[in-house]
Design a protein around this ligand. Structure first.
Ligand SMILES: [Zn+2]
Length: 334
C-alpha cells in the first residue's frame, strides 16, 4: 500500500478547532487488534484466509486518532488523510469480478427495501430521485420496485457499469456531473456521506437539485454511538457487550472519515436550508454468512435485536443506535 499523506483538520461542519479526544493512537491500535481477534474467533475453522481478511480489513486504513468537535459534536479523524488520496481509494476499480458485484447487488437490494419503504412513506408517493454513491445500483432497483424513477451517480466505474447492465441509469462521476437544471423529488445519500471529501458541498448541491417539497435522505454511521459504546468497551462488566455492539455494527476502528451525530447533521442540513423531519436510529444489516460459526450468528442477532428493542421500548434515544438515518426538507415558511 502506498504511503498516505495526512493533514490537521478543523471541524468540517462548524469550522471549530476545539475538540475532545475520543481515541488516541494507542487506543486505535488496540481496536485494530481487538477487531482482528473478534473476527478470528467467529469464523469456522475451514474459512479461506482471504474471507477472514475481508471482514477484518478496511475500506480505509484505520485512523491515526479520533476526536469529537466541542462546537457541534462531529466525530472525525484528526489528522486526516488528504482528500486527493481518498478519491483514489474510491475511484479505483479493484478488479472486482461480476460475480462479486452480483452477490453484493442481491444482498444490498434486500436490505435497501427498508430505505425504499421509509422514503415512500415519508414522501407520500413515489416520484423522481437521485442517489449519490449508487455503487452497484441495489437501492436504485429497490426504489424502482416501489414505483420510483431513481437514477444514480457514482465515481466507481466498474460498479456503475454493472448497475447500467441491470437497466439502471447511472452517471459516472460526482454530484457535480449532474446538470444543475435537473430537479428531483428525493436525493438520497446512503452509507457514503461519511467517506466523502466534502459532505457540506454534497448536501448543498443536493438541496439545489430538489423539486418543490423534495426530500434529502441521509444514512450515516453514528459518531455519538461510536464514542458512547467505545467508553463502555473500556472496562467493567458490560465491556464485552459494548465491544460486540461496535464490531457487529462496523464501528470498531472507526473506518470512516466522519462520524456524524444528530446535532452535527442537523447543523450541516440547516446550513443548506434544510430541516430534519424524521430521525431513525438503526443497526447495521446482518453480516453473518456461511463462514460464520453458529454461536457468532446467534450473538450477532442478539446484539442487534437488543439494540432495536431498546429503541422500541424507548430505553435509549434513537441517536444512541449505531446507524442514523434522517430525512430533511425545505421548511414551508422558508
Ligand atoms: Zn463542529
Amino acid at each position: 500500500m502506498p504511503s498516505i499523506a495526512y493533514e490537521l483538520a478543523r471541524c468540517h461542519v462548524c469550522g471549530g478547532a476545539d475538540t475532545d479526544e475520543v481515541a488516541d493512537a494507542d487506543e486505535v491500535r488496540a481496536e485494530v487488534e481487538a477487531l482482528w481477534a473478534f473476527h478470528t474467533r467467529r469464523v469456522a475453522g475451514a474459512t479461506p484466509p482471504e474471507k477472514l481478511l475481508d471482514r477484518a480489513a478496511f475500506s480505509e486504513p484505520p485512523p491515526v486518532r479520533v476526536v469529537r468537535c466541542r462546537g457541534c459534536g462531529l466525530v472525525y479523524r484528526n489528522p486526516q488523510e488528504r482528500a486527493e488520496e481518498l478519491a483514489e481509494i474510491y475511484e479505483a476499480d479493484a478488479g472486482v469480478g461480476d460475480d462479486v458485484l452480483r452477490a453484493l447487488f442481491e444482498n444490498q437490494r434486500r436490505s435497501y427495501r427498508a430505505q425504499a419503504r421509509r422514503l415512500t412513506r415519508i414522501a407520500d408517493a413515489a416520484g423522481s430521485g437521485l442517489e449519490v454513491g449508487s455503487y452497484v445500483g441495489a437501492f436504485l432497483d429497490a426504489a424502482r420496485s416501489r414505483g420510483w424513477r431513481f437514477e444514480g451517480v457514482d465515481v466507481n466505474q466498474g460498479a456503475s457499469r454493472f448497475a447500467r447492465a441491470q437497466g439502471l441509469t447511472v452517471t459516472i462521476g460526482t454530484i457535480d456531473e449532474v446538470p444543475a437544471a435537473r430537479r428531483f423529488d428525493a436525493v438520497a445519500v446512503w452509507n457514503c456521506l461519511d467517506q466523502l471529501p466534502d459532505p457540506r458541498h454534497v448536501i448543498q448541491r443536493a438541496r439545489s437539485l430538489l423539486a418543490r417539497g423534495g426530500i434529502v435522505a441521509v444514512r450515516v454511521p453514528n459518531g455519538e454511538a461510536y464514542a458512547r459504546w467505545r467508553d463502555a468497551a473500556e472496562g467493567g462488566r458490560t465491556a464485552p457487550i459494548a465491544r460486540a455492539v461496535l464490531a457487529h455494527n462496523n464501528l470498531l476502528t472507526f473506518p470512516y472519515r466522519y462520524g456524524f451525530t444528530l446535532r452535527s447533521l442537523r447543523r450541516l442540513l440547516r446550513d443548506a436550508g434544510l430541516g430534519i423531519t424524521h430521525v431513525y436510529g438503526d443497526t447495521l444489516v446482518p453480516v453473518a454468512d456461511e463462514h460464520t460459526r453458529t454461536w457468532a450468528r446467534v450473538e450477532e442477532r442478539a446484539v442487534k435485536g437488543m439494540l432495536r428493542a431498546l429503541r422500541t421500548l424507548r430505553l435509549t434515544p434513537a441517536t444512541a443506535l449505531p446507524w442514523l438515518e434522517v430525512y430533511a426538507t425545505v421548511p414551508r415558511a422558508a
